[in-house]
Design a protein around this ligand. Sequence first.
Ligand SMILES: Cc1cc2nc3c(=O)[nH]c(=O)nc-3n(C[C@H](O)[C@H](O)[C@H](O)COP(=O)(O)OP(=O)(O)OC[C@H]3O[C@@H](n4cnc5c(N)ncnc54)[C@H](O)[C@@H]3O)c2cc1C
Length: 358
Amino acid sequence: MKHYDLLLIGAGHAHLGVLRRWALVERPPGRIALLSAGPVAWYSGMLPGLLAGRHRPEDCQVELQALCRAAKVELLISPVESLSAAQQQVQLADGQTLNASWLSLNVGAQIATPEQHGDAMHLLAVKPFDKFLTGWQQWQAMPEPMAILGGGAAGVELALALALAGKVPQLALFCAGHLLDGLSAGVRLRALGHLRQRGVWVREDCPISRIEDDCLFSGDEPVWRGQRLLLASGAKAFAWPAHSGLGCDENGFVLIAPTLQSYTHPTIFAVGDCASLPGARKSGVYSVRQGPVLANNLNAALRGLALKRYRPQRQSLALLATGDGGALLDWHGHSAGGRLFGRWKDFLDKGFIQRHRL
Ligand SMILES: Cc1cc2nc3c(=O)[nH]c(=O)nc-3n(C[C@H](O)[C@H](O)[C@H](O)COP(=O)(O)OP(=O)(O)OC[C@H]3O[C@@H](n4cnc5c(N)ncnc54)[C@H](O)[C@@H]3O)c2cc1C
């Protein structure tokens, strides 16, 4: 069995930041590898722009081999299938078993799927992105009416992008609560205005409880009939971290301390959507901000130094692409919209990709 001093599991936003920092500044000592499901890391913030035809796939990806080479970190491409927290052992899909003195998890989350009876409705989850894009290409070849599940930032951006590109004859958007819950009332109204202008049928306060054949049900009420459902609903934890013996919250996300270490297994760190820490939201922005603290703490752990504490920011800037080159802004309860914000979003998104192309 191969032994490592540190295994980085998953090429999430925070690990990209860690690798960048180690490529530019000194990396910690020892044998280190990144375990990734694929050779590239997709940047979710640019996915709606890709679907709207504003970006190419290669604009929205970070190539991991170059980044790992620059950080002097081995890259192993194979999804992790299971983890034993007690033995610090990882089982890969290609059959390898690895162990490590320190581990760090940044694997994101999957998309929640409602209960389905019958197979008349085809489901396409927005994650993982490569699988989604392959499925989307097939759907695009024969456009049909479609519903999107999820009225958060991802669902709204996707609906706006697809409605504008005219790639779906009829589009419905379902959300369990209010559209863009957690953001300001102003940005919700602006988003509703754009969606209505583009002919998207929006149903708020309509949690989808099950799918029966070609019908979506909210409670016992049939609310939509069709054959295509795009899933952009909330983050659902992967099963394997909870099965690993790591302490998790009631939803299966790894419970971490402010040092980003697992509460139950301090030699294992977890960050981003797969982790649970009061005040840290499930969004790329929070994962990116954890990157510098994680880079510092992994270095400190390997050298036996003191660790830093991460404090989630109280507010974060939200910029939602409207698909036409514009964006909606939400900041401290204020909202605004227009092309200027779209250019700002493009600048930030492209900056993220550029920073990790070493
Ligand atoms: C369409 C869309 C648009 C979004 N736009 C924004 C936005 O503009 N701003 C924002 O802040 N958030 C946005 N989000 C939310 C954002 O994508 C997530 O919150 C964010 O990606 C979480 O980052 P992360 O670092 O936890 O992991 P991720 O960025 O999700 O990365 C996880 C990585 O782990 C890998 N992985 C998964 N399982 C395994 C395994 N078993 N073995 C090895 N590797 C594995 C994955 O392939 C992936 O590379 C958007 C989401 C969607 C769907």
